[in-house]
Design a binder for this molecule. Structure first.
Ligand SMILES: NC(=O)C1=CN([C@@H]2O[C@H](COP(=O)(O)OP(=O)(O)OC[C@H]3O[C@@H](n4cnc5c(N)ncnc54)[C@H](O)[C@@H]3O)[C@@H](O)[C@H]2O)C=CC1
Ligand SMILES: O=C(O)[C@@H]1CCC=N1
Length: 263
């Protein structure tokens, strides 16, 4: 399948690297962004085609990912409208930009909204897709199958995108913050940061895999670690006293509030 990318920042690069790494579908990638110095070397290093313009990406691609800053997405679609081919599928990854806002400026286009996270780069992503009412199921399934090569997917109503974006799109940063906090505690007690980072990351990876493989609710796994009268429950209670769960929920509240009222 011929894939195109407009934008070559963090999200676009994660998607392109994931598509390069997966072995389920045969894909070719064409990319353009406003920063020549970033997309041209990236394309050359990875065997992708660097296009001279956004229009050239459109001309060469069946599915085009729009991965520019959210605030630039509608204007980008407006600029692309005159050169859009009717069978091109546009896939917007922009947080907080609705299908209605995009379809308003490209009414004849086949547009889909997805929310991936950066873990798509290693085919461990979590991606939501919103199925537009006007798109045929076959076209929609084609994009679902494409995104499934990058990790897990879920179809959600667009109304759920802000919460999904918070607990999956942004959450790699929040999970990394927790890992960093564990590691810094390790440094406090004498471990090197390099060793502590690895220990904390592997522990969190194992815990996530345990929940998924055994379909365990987190609280059940927490109980398994907490020996009666032991160290873990003492740590858990101190974390709760410091407001860990409330702090996380407050962070998610702020994430959603920002998406719903971008600056
Ligand atoms: N970074 C992340 O983890 C996630 C980001 N997103 C969405 O992905 C989009 C991009 O975010 P990032 O990659 O983080 O930003 P970024 O700032 O790293 O990348 C933006 C890219 O867009 C390019 N660009 C800007 N205007 C352009 C135009 N008119 N034509 C062509 N290229 C243009 C820039 O040169 C740059 O390559 C945003 O809409 C964001 O909401 C969605 C999910 C997760
Ligand atoms: O920070 C952001 O706005 C984007 C959307 C989800 C993850 N990153």
């Amino acid at each position: 399948m011929k894939l195109g990318f407009i934008g070559a920042g963090h999200m676009a690069q994660a998607l392109m690297l994931g598509f390069k790494r997966q072995q389920t579908q045969s894909v070719t990638i064409t990319v353009h962004s406003t920063h020549q110095t970033s997309y041209e070397p990236f394309a050359a290093t990875n065997g992708f085609q660097a296009a001279a313009s956004n229009e050239a990406v459109l001309a060469q691609s069946e599915v085009v990912f729009l991965a520019v800053p959210a605030a630039a997405t509608v204007a980008l679609c407006q600029a692309l409208a005159p050169v859009l081919k009717p069978n091109t599928i546009l896939v917007s990854v922009a947080g907080g930009v609705s299908l209605a806002q995009i379809s308003h400026v490209v009414p004849a286009a086949q547009v889909l909204r997805v929310m991936p996270n950066v873990n798509v780069a290693i085919n461990q992503g979590m991606t939501a897709l919103a199925a537009p009412e006007v798109m045929t199921p076959a076209v929609y399934q084609k994009v679902v199958a494409l995104m499934e090569t990058l990790g897990a997917t879920v179809t959600l109503p667009e109304a759920n995108f802000p919460i999904f974006s918070a607990i999956a799109g942004s959450a790699p940063a929040y999970a990394d913050l927790f890992i960093d906090a564990l590691a810094r505690a390790g440094v406090k007690y004498g471990l090197t940061k390099v060793a502590a980072d690895q220990i904390a990351a592997q522990t969190v990876r194992g815990s996530a895999q345990n929940l998924l493989e055994n379909q365990l609710a987190p609280w059940l796994a927490i109980d398994q670690v907490s020996s009666p009268g032991g160290t873990t429950v003492a740590g858990l209670l101190a974390m709760e006293q410091a407001g860990l769960m409330s702090a996380v929920v407050a962070g998610i509240d702020a994430t959603i509030a920002k998406e719903q009222a971008p600056s």
